[in-house]
Design a protein around this ligand. Structure first.
Ligand SMILES: *[C@@H]1O[C@H](CO)[C@@H](O)[C@H](O)[C@H]1NC(C)=O
Ligand SMILES: *[C@@H]1O[C@H](CO)[C@@H](O)[C@H](O)[C@H]1NC(C)=O
Ligand SMILES: *[C@@H]1O[C@H](CO)[C@@H](O)[C@H](O)[C@H]1NC(C)=O
Ligand SMILES: *[C@@H]1O[C@H](CO)[C@@H](O)[C@H](O)[C@H]1NC(C)=O
Length: 312
């Protein structure tokens, strides 16, 4: 028992300081979401391929996490993967069995395993960022209106961001780009302000790392992390700089924009390497991987994405 506790202690120390990694074959789950009726496709759920590419670029493989499945499905898949992306989109949080319900299951799982000494990261992007905070209060009252549709913005770094999980290892060059150049791509009409976070008594739980200003100079939270869990939310879309090319979207494709955007998925995958979840059955791993599906090249007129995975 003493030896076991010692080993646990040592492995926690090692994980914490990143001296050793639990896996070098990380697999990231990407939550699917309901398909907009506007898309006019016969599919139950979808993932924009840019999320898959961003995860792959950071050194991981991707698996889709489907909506509307059983509790046992989620338990099995979460026990086998190393972290999760809650992607952006435009779906309601109160559709039964949908995107938000899956997000809730994932956050409950993350809290459970992290309290047992596991490190299981979650990155919420845009709608996923909003979902992380919505789930804290189970109400849309956490969201305000912003006008940040189709704008690239710089980040305003807050006190103590250097001590955050999300930014403490960010290269100086990345912080300089993000804070001085409008490179983060925003596409949202909802936002969370520091006032709303405080009104909902969430400042002890969440650390605001950056804000940005919408087109009307309204300040909103652009990145945040949970104080106890390896969970971060970003209101902007770093997967778009390198991988989305719709010319009507003001996505910055410069070298600096692409380099700084990589930081966020690198962070997720870096945290994901710290747990040793894996598919106990290699056939199940093979069957789960995104490589079993082919993305569809989407006509520019129909959407925001170059390629989309549609799932039956
Ligand atoms: C979801 O909740 C919001 C806010 O309570 C409400 O306005 C909306 O009608 C609900 N949508 C559905 C599909 O239930
Ligand atoms: C979940 O599945 C049921 C039964 O097939 C379906 O009626 C419902 O629309 C689905 N919900 C979502 C969010 O996909
Ligand atoms: C948002 O801002 C853009 C650019 O200033 C403007 O064209 C648009 O009408 C605004 N939308 C809303 C809902 O305020
Ligand atoms: C926040 O905390 C204060 C003081 O404890 C309490 O009065 C208030 O109801 C809380 N607000 C929410 C939204 O929980």
């Amino acid at each position: 028992m003493v030896l076991r506790n010692m080993m646990l202690f040592l492995s926690t120390v090692i994980l914490h300081f990143g001296l050793s990694l639990a896996t070098e074959r990380p697999i990231i789950g990407i939550v699917t979401e309901e398909v907009s009726s506007k898309a006019q496709v016969d599919a139950r759920s979808m993932i924009a391929a840019s999320y898959v590419k961003a995860v792959e670029q950071a050194g991981a493989r991707a698996v889709p996490i489907f909506i509307n499945k059983t509790a046992s499905y989620y338990r099995h898949i979460l026990d086998a993967i190393n972290g999760v992306v809650l992607p952006g989109g435009a779906v309601s949080f109160n559709s039964s069995g949908g995107y938000a319900d899956v997000g809730r299951i994932i956050m409950e799982y993350t809290k459970e395993v992290n309290s047992n000494g596991d490190i299981f990261p979650v990155l919420g992007v845009c709608l996923g960022f909003e979902l992380l905070l919505y789930l804290e209060v189970e109400s849309y009252s956490i969201l305000d209106n912003c006008n940040s549709s189709n704008v690239a913005l710089p980040l305003v770094f807050k006190n103590k961001y250097q001590r955050s999980k999300l930014y403490y290892r960010a290269p100086t060059e990345v912080i300089e780009i993000l804070s001085t150049l409008p490179v983060t791509y925003n596409q949202h009409r909802k936002c969370v302000t520091e006032q709303l976070l405080a009104q909902h008594n969430l400042t002890d739980t969440w650390h605001v790392l950056t804000t940005s200003y919408d087109v009307n100079r309204k300040e909103f939270i652009s990145s945040i992390e949970h104080r106890g869990l390896p969970v971060a939310g970003i209101q902007f879309h770093p997967e778009k700089n390198a991988f989305e090319w719709n010319p009507t979207e003001r996505i910055v494709h410069s070298h600096k924009a692409v380099v700084s955007a990589r930081h966020f998925y690198d962070w997720l995958v870096g945290e994901a390497r710290k747990n040793n979840h894996y598919f106990k059955n290699p056939t199940k791993e093979t069957e789960a991987l995104i490589y079993n599906y082919s993305p569809t090249f989407v006509d520019k007129g129909a959407g925001y994405f170059e390629q989309v995975y549609y799932f039956q």
